[in-house]
Ligand binder design. Structure first.
Ligand code: UD1
Ligand code: CA
Length: 454
């Protein structure tokens, strides 16, 4: 059975008061539409279709090849939005799953249950509902005396009696892919707002004598739709809790889950301990037995096993095993630290590989460099890699000892076992096992002793 998801993402999201299209607002580091897409893929067999409108270009760019898009312009309501997918889908899908792209907590498993309900239903459609004390502006699910679903009534047109109904329309539907397209055309234009409401399709099914089934959800949190930034913060907190719980159940210790910020795609090995105020972002992969934080930000980086990272900022970096970083280290794109490397206080590494056992304790900048195993980088060493126009490489061999405050003026090579004296300004290659010194300070004149100001 072919099933395709249609995600509605064309609305303006006026209540967000934002220049960014609503569905691109990130939750746990991933745009809302990304979460919706993941859930939809889990429950359907074909590539999803996203209905875009407001900010169509930006949304389409984000989606890349992950979905097909159709444009709805102007946005005339959720029913009208689904109609835009007809040309792509009519006669091509047995089941059409429709959901709103502003529900980032909705699980793929829930949509799977919805699809299963509709597979057994043989009627026109099935939809997700939930029982809640606080209706949050959701449409009310109206049932007849026999319990059969009759209609969905939007809050602002509901009678006082309908307003008291606790069963709500969550915003997930699974349609019979043959019946849907003609039924959409029969949705009346709403007299107040001039829109075509998808929710009115329930009454059309009932009039056609076709059953409408509900999949009742029990997790209220999953149903939160984001209309304002208050809702956005609610889903952020809820998703963070969900992500953190999953890691803890997988064997990761979080000292304070409420102060640990792990984005949706991050992976972490067991017995890693994460201290508070740590942010793990993007496509970060972390191995086992590490100690990370407090006060650490890691983005798009790969960390091996048994590393210690304290109060540092890593982006696009790779750490092998047993590496120690920080406090106050900054690793930028292309920083690669081998086994047992120690990179200490106030160091910066960019586009460089430090082989196993390199020690770089204090205040150094290493850029565009290759450093051999067990080399010691003295305090304050700097690779002068930029001449104002171009970057140049520095190659340092194994077991090299770089004296404190050495300036390595690139392009430059230092052979294995070389040494530099403190304060050396090295402008020419140094052969292996050779000592280079230079720039000693000279006494140039006698000074008058300064008097202390009183
Ligand atoms: C909708 C439902 C309501 C349900 C609630 C659950 C309708 C009429 N109402 O209300 O029953 O309880 O969701 O969250 O469907 N969109 C388009 N094109 C449009 C209008 C909207 O693509 O012309 C998209 C929006 O981008 C959004 C989604 O559809 O992602 C839902 O629209 P929204 O305006 O948020 O609907 P609600 O008022 O929340
Ligand atoms: Ca909504």
């Amino acid at each position: 059975m072919k099933s395709t998801a249609v995600l509605l993402a064309a609305g303006q999201g006026t209540r967000m008061k934002s220049n960014l299209p609503k569905v691109l607002h990130p939750v746990a580091g991933k745009p809302m539409i990304g979460h919706a897409l993941r859930a939809a893929r889990q429950a359907t067999t074909e590539t999803p279709i996203v209905v875009v409108g407001h900010g169509a270009e930006e949304v389409t760019r984000y989606l890349g090849g992950a979905a097909q898009t159709v444009v709805q312009n102007p946005p005339l309501g959720t029913g009208h939005a689904v109609m835009q997918a007809e040309a792509l889908l009519k006669g091509k899908a047995d089941l059409v799953v429709v959901c709103y792209a502003d529900m980032p907590l909705l699980r793929g498993e829930t949509l799977q249950r919805l699809v299963e309900t509709q597979q057994k239903n043989r009627g026109a459609l099935s939809l997700l509902t939930v029982m809640a004390e606080n209706p949050r502006g959701f449409g009310r699910v109206i049932r007849g005396a026999d319990g059969a679903l009759q209609a969905i009534v939007e809050e602002y047109v509901a009678t006082p009696e309908q307003l008291r109904v606790k069963e709500l329309n969550v915003g997930g539907y699974c349609f019979d892919g043959v019946w849907l397209w003609d039924a959409l055309r029969r949705i009346p234009q709403n007299p107040q707002k001039g829109e075509y409401y998808l929710t009115d399709i329930v009454e059309i099914a009932v009039r056609d004598g076709l059953a409408v089934q509900a999949t009742l959800m029990d997790d209220l949190e999953e149903t939160i739709g984001v209309n304002t930034r208050v809702h956005l913060s609610e889903v952020e907190t809820a998703l963070r809790r969900r992500i953190n719980q999953a890691h803890m159940l997988d064997g990761v210790t979080l000292i304070d889950p409420a102060a640990t910020y792990i984005e949706a795609d991050v992976t972490i090995g067991r017995d890693t301990v994460i201290y508070p105020n740590t942010f793990l972002r993007g496509a970060t992969e972390i191995g086992a037995g590490n100690q990370i934080g407090p006060n650490t930000i890691i983005r798009d980086s790969k960390i091996g096993d048994r590393c210690k990272i304290l109060a540092s900022d890593l982006e696009g970096a790779t750490l092998e095993n047993d590496v120690e970083v920080g406090p106050f280290a900054r690793l930028r794109k292309g920083a690669h630290l081998g086994d047992h490397v120690h990179m200490g206080n106030f160091g910066e590494v960019k586009d460089s590989r430090l082989r196993a056992g390199v020690k770089m304790g204090h205040f150094s900048y290493i850029g565009n460099a290759q450093i051999g195993a067990n080399t010691n980088i003295g305090a304050g060493t700097i690779t002068c890699n930029f001449d104002g126009e171009r970057k140049h490489p520095t190659e340092i061999g194994e077991d090299v000892f770089i004296g404190s405050d050495t300036m390595l003026v690139a392009p430059l090579k230092l052979g294995d076992g070389a040494r530099t004296g403190a304060g050396a300004v090295v402008t020419k290659d140094v052969a292996e096992d050779t000592l280079a010194v230079g720039m000693p300070a000279r006494a140039i004149r006698k000074l008058e002793r300064r008097k202390k100001k009183s």
